[in-house]
Design a binder for this molecule. Structure first.
Ligand code: EPU
Length: 433
């Protein structure tokens, strides 16, 4: 298992380029199941979850060409018949987003068998609402031996009001409805940019969709979809992670090839904390002088403050003067990083869904354990300002969603190296400048 060894203390200076959004690319790949023609996706990030989705589609009989050279980051997917409409446990257990294939499969083939994902490090994360919505579209759904099986000769339109907002639920059912008979109306939908990006792809495949990116989405079913070419939006969570890195390290960092308009709540919060931000159409420059002020955060569905930025914000809060109250409203167990930050000297009190962080604290390097994707990012951020050396174990979590983060950080002055268990002892890191 790879580890990161980080020596803290260097300000980040220079420019980093943001890759495509993992959480937009995953549903886009699943959407390719809706047609037998090729779907070409550009700006697909080179991360482990994308490899997992590729393996899943290949298992189903799809041809998937994935090119991750410096210029392309392109995948071409073609799903001709016959399709093996099953997502096995071995893959679903490594990536919950595998369940995104359920809707497209049942819409295209009339039958799908997908392993139930089970719990995860950040919460129970059931898919009951996805199932309920597919039933409304006319699918008969049964659960047996840890699998959910959905069948429908022809999906039909429905009026769906989501009990609670779900991102992949909205995406999955939007995909299924594109081939249903009649007009489906969904209310209380997720408004995340990734949902709108998926709709853009589906529309270019011939789907009739209105309102994606708002709370009400209308999908008029069509008999068939065709191939298309689509460019995935930049990753807003990677963008936010680098902006926080610039602010925390007192650097001068330009984050380019991003969509600042997808990060409204975070950028406003960082400005409240005293970070100096220069925001352009497709770039953000953050200039930090090492003086940050505490501010409270409540995670919410988009356009609120993203739960996927909560862990990274907590790392920043350890460097902000005063008390920051961080309330996690989306997932019930998303504070595992707090315990590791405390091991690095952070002053954090956990009270149920709330973390109270007192800053500013001089963090000190330690051996820490990454528990999930965003938690690992938060530990990397903390390590960048810690005194001495931090060793972050289980960085396979970070590889699921950040493209070569250590190389990007190194290119702007951070001291981060990756060491594998099989590699000889790492090369020595220079002392911080
Ligand atoms: N929920 C239910 N029942 C359902 C579906 C969701 O109770 O059927 C609950 C969840 O347990 C959670 C809340 O509703 O408490 C919201 O979950 P949501 O369904 O929106 O999450 P998701 O679609 O599984 C996506 C992202 C996550 C991100 C969340 C919230 C993808 C592939 N994943 O997950 O990303 O945290 O939305 O914004 O898009 C990450 O990238 O690190 C990550 C975890």
């Amino acid at each position: 298992m790879d580890k990161f060894v980080v020596r803290g203390g260097n300000p980040l200076l220079g420019t980093v380029r943001i890759s495509g959004a993992k959480n937009a690319a995953l549903p886009a790949m699943a959407a390719a199941l809706l047609t037998d023609e090729p779907v070409v996706l550009e700006n697909v990030p080179e991360v482990r979850d994308i490899q997992t989705m590729r393996r899943l589609l290949v298992e189903m009989g799809a041809e998937v060409e994935l090119r991750h050279d410096r210029t392309h980051h392109r995948t071409t997917i073609q799903c001709c018949e016959p399709i093996r409409a099953e997502a096995p446990y071995e893959l679903v257990k490594t990536m919950r987003a595998s369940t995104l294939v359920l809707g497209p499969l049942v819409a295209r083939t009339g039958c799908a068998r997908v392993s139930l994902p089970g719990g995860c490090a950040i919460g129970a994360r059931p898919i009951d609402l996805h199932i309920k919505a597919l039933q409304k579209l006319g699918a008969s759904v049964s659960q047996e031996h840890g699998y959910v099986e959905a069948r429908a000769e022809q999906l039909r339109s429905a009026h769906i009001v989501w009990d609670r907002i779900t991102v992949t639920g909205t995406e999955e059912v939007m995909m299924a409805a594109t081939l249903a008979d009649g007009e489906t109306v969904m209310e209380n939908c997720a408004r995340e940019p990734e949902v709108a990006d998926l709709a853009e792809l589906l529309i270019s495949m011939g789907a009739q969709i209105q309102g994606a990116g708002t709370a009400t989405i209308r999908v008029r079913g069509v008999p068939r979809l065709h191939g298309a070419r689509h460019r995935i939006i930049p990753d807003r969570i990677s963008t936010g992670t680098f902006v926080i890195a610039g602010a925390m390290t007192g650097g001068d960092l330009t984050v380019e090839n991003c969509r600042p308009r997808h990060l409204g709540a975070l950028l406003e919060k960082l400005a409240e904390c005293g970070a100096v931000l220069h925001v352009e159409d497709e770039s953000i420059r953050v200039v930090g002088d090492g003086r940050l002020l505490a501010a409270d955060v409540n995670t919410e569905e988009y356009p609120g403050f993203p739960t996927d930025m909560q862990a990274q914000y907590m790392a920043l809060a350890t460097q902000a003067a005063g008390t920051s109250m961080i309330t996690e409203n989306i997932f019930e167990n998303r504070f595992l990083h707090a315990l590791e930050l405390m091991r690095m000297g952070a002053s954090i009190k956990l009270e149920g869904r709330r973390a109270v962080v007192h800053g500013k604290t001089q963090l000190s390097g330690a051996a820490v354990l990454a528990s999930d994707l965003r938690a690992s990012a938060s530990l990397v951020l903390a390590a960048l300002v810690a005194d001495g050396e931090t060793i972050i174990d289980r960085v396979y979590h970070i590889d699921r969603g950040y493209e070569r983060i250590e190389e990007k950080l190194r290119s702007v002055g951070a001291q981060v190296i990756r060491v594998g268990e099989m590699l000889p002892k790492r090369a020595a890191l220079a002392p911080a400048q």
